[in-house]
Ligand binder design. Structure first.
Ligand code: 2HA
Ligand code: ZN
Length: 271
């Protein structure tokens, strides 16, 4: 058995595959380790090589010296539980937050192609969430991707549509979702635009590609992704039925759900 935090990461990867969110090498994930979690992983970490830093291509000074569990580039979520050190690893950022070194795993590989997006978004969410958010998870959920072909690519439209497709959804994303037009996967442009959205949202839709979510724990982040995709699934079924919508959850009813749970709904979505 590996330390619990690694086992939990592996379980999220397996669940992503099982639910059809992560086909082949699709998707990636990372986790910003808390100091006590780094200690629990210490017997695995090789900190001897202080020279071998790889340029990140971006800067995240707010994350200097921090450790991350990350999926390997090209690795399959389906295979993570079968070969943990080959499909995952732990990396540390340098003191200026612009380079990383491998300290465990990633055998024969390097971090995910979306690593720059992961690191920059960790940096943004660390501030926005007061340090609470630690998980970044990227997936290719069928129904949400399908909606990016038929709905306008606007935060308000997607947020309202998802909220109104299933009662639970607004509880999980009371701030709504950000939506980005298509951009090259793994590009700095996609990473930076995602960061802009992540300042206020915990989930960003990448048109015709997938979803990027954050959360304080694997349950929180994975649950957010799962709920968003389930809402999108219901909406697609409604659209595909070809029947007129006779009734739905009203704006005030969405507000009331949040009020009853002491959640702050993002009023901008209604404006
Ligand atoms: O890891 O999903 O966006 C492969 C991808 C890139
Ligand atoms: Zn992807």
């Amino acid at each position: 058995m590996y330390p619990k935090i690694i086992e939990d990461f592996v379980r999220m990867c397996a669940d992503g595959y099982k639910l059809g969110f992560n086909e082949a090498n699709g998707g990636n994930a990372s986790y910003r380790l808390a100091p006590e979690e780094v200690k629990k992983c210490s017997e695995y970490l090789d900190l001897s090589d202080e020279e071998d830093w790889t340029d990140l291509g971006v800067e995240a000074p707010g994350l200097s010296g921090e450790y991350f569990i990350v999926t390997a580039s090209g690795s399959l979520m389906r295979n993570v539980s079968l070969d943990i050190p080959g499909t995952l690893g732990i990396v540390q950022l340098n003191s200026t937050g612009d380079a990383y070194r491998k300290v465990w795993g990633l055998e024969g590989g390097r971090p995910t192609s979306e690593f720059a997006a992961h690191i920059l978004n960790h940096s943004v969410r660390k501030i926005s969430s007061g340090g609470a958010d630690r998980v970044m998870y990227h997936l290719h959920p069928v129904n949400l991707i399908a909606l990016t072909y038929i709905l306008p690519l606007e935060d308000k439209v997607f947020s309202k549509t998802l909220w109104k497709s299933m009662t639970e959804c607004v509880m999980v994303i009371p701030e709504g979702v950000g939506v980005l037009s298509w951009m090259v996967p793994g590009s700095k442009e996609l990473a930076l635009n995602t960061c802009d959205k992540m300042e206020k949202y915990k989930a960003v839709v990448w048109a015709h590609h997938g979803l990027f979510v954050t959360g304080s724990s694997f349950d929180d982040a994975f649950g957010r992704a799962h709920t968003i995709e389930k809402s999108a699934d219901i909406r697609n079924k409604i659209i595909q039925s070809g029947k007129p919508v006779l009734q739905e959850i009203s704006d005030d009813e969405l507000r009331n759900i949040c009020k009853s749970l002491n959640l702050t709904i993002n009023e901008d979505i209604f404006a």
